[in-house]
Design a protein around this ligand. Structure first.
Ligand SMILES: [Zn+2]
Length: 354
């Protein structure tokens, strides 16, 4: 079958025929419908994500971890034509978090991730999946279910935010976060999904980038009643919650001392590749203001399940705006080019498998 193949840590990507002789062992056979492309995929293709590796016994890796698939051969729980999304990370089998299905908090680091490290991904015509790692989603998500994987990471981070903020009275007198302001740094797919999810929790949302918004970004930001700030022109941001999706310390460190008392900071972006310091005065401010800063990566199966519910809600509330996050659909033959170079004005480009 056709697959999109990489050879980490070497750079490069190609479409080729692969013959993966995988044992069935009660797995579900799934036909891939849509594959999302993200910064992680491009990091692997460019050879910059050095932790990427093929599965044991292979000299190549099938790329792909953002997936919407359709069941071909199921079992008592998964029927043919059911829409499914696989979770990405597979546990180490030894640490307590992995044994409890929370491999997103693996303590050994000996996990695998489909399409990223040590396990083949889903950028191929079909794949076999252990039902333990599969989430069934409603048919209303047929066009946008491919956004569930990135959204699951957002859901995990916001679940953590709610958990850590129980340290104080932080929700508002209508039980939502309507008296709180969130600043989201970055207006890529993750930044916009965070913005939608935060609006849904009641936050006032300011999306910030160091450049003006693209027309689609502006339409989405306006459509969810958020606002856009160009940080190269405007610096006075005073959030209760700061979410960095940029990975650039120079973007979020100057805002840290301005986060309001008892506020929280979520670090989500990676690989900004720069050094940028924090002063002792800033540290004093963070201490005096009870600011909590945490990093968040990956998601559990429960976060995927909650993400599917959220995606249905967002589709109900914002309709076409959710569809607009998918700015381009390409065929498999065009995918290597898009994986090498971002499409201008792109939020999310997906591959349509025929
Ligand atoms: Zn583990």
């Amino acid at each position: 079958m056709k697959a999109i193949v990489v050879r980490p840590p070497q750079e490069g990507v190609e479409v080729r025929d692969v013959n993966l002789e995988e044992p069935n062992n009660g797995k579900i056979l799934i036909r891939t419908k849509l594959s999302g492309m993200c910064g992680t995929d491009r990091g692997i293709v460019s050879g910059k994500l050095t932790f990427s590796r093929p599965p044991d016994g292979y000299d190549y890796l099938v790329l792909g971890h953002e997936t919407l698939g359709e069941v071909v051969e199921g079992n008592e729980h998964f029927k043919p034509k059911d829409l499914v999304v696989p979770v990405v990370r597979r546990g180490c089998g030894t640490c307590l978090n992995c044994k409890m299905g929370r491999q997103d908090f693996c303590e050994t680091g000996n996990f695998t991730e489909i399409g990223i490290r040590g396990a083949h991904g889903t950028m191929r015509e079909e794949f076999l999946e252990d039902p333990r790692y599969l989430v069934r989603i409603p048919s209303v998500l047929r066009d946008v279910g491919v956004l569930l994987e990135p959204l699951s990471n957002v859901v995990k981070a916001l679940n953590e935010m709610e958990a850590v903020q129980r340290r104080t009275w932080w929700s508002c007198d209508d039980s939502t976060y309507s008296c709180r302001t969130a600043v989201v740094l970055g207006s890529g797919p993750i930044g916009l999904l965070f913005s939608m999810a935060l609006r849904n929790l009641g936050f006032e949302v300011i999306v910030a980038n160091k450049r003006p918004p693209s027309p689609v970004e502006m339409e989405v930001v306006n459509g969810i009643n958020a606002s856009f700030v160009n940080t190269s022109e405007h610096k006075e941001l005073k959030p209760d919650l700061l979410v960095d999706t940029s990975g650039h310390p120079s973007a979020f460190i100057p805002i840290l001392p301005k986060v309001k008392k008892n506020g929280a900071v979520i670090l989500f972006g990676t690989t900004g590749q720069e050094n940028y310091g924090l002063t002792a005065e800033d540290v004093t401010t963070l201490v005096e203001n009870n600011i909590i800063i945490f990093g968040s990566v990956n998601a559990s199966k429960l976060d995927f399940e909650m993400g599917a519910n959220l995606l249905v809600t967002l589709l109900g509330k914002y309709g076409e705006l959710v569809n607009k996050l998918i700015t381009k659909r390409v065929g498999v033959e065009e995918a290597p080019e898009v994986l090498r170079r971002k499409v201008p004005g792109e939020i999310k480009t997906v591959i349509e498998w025929k």
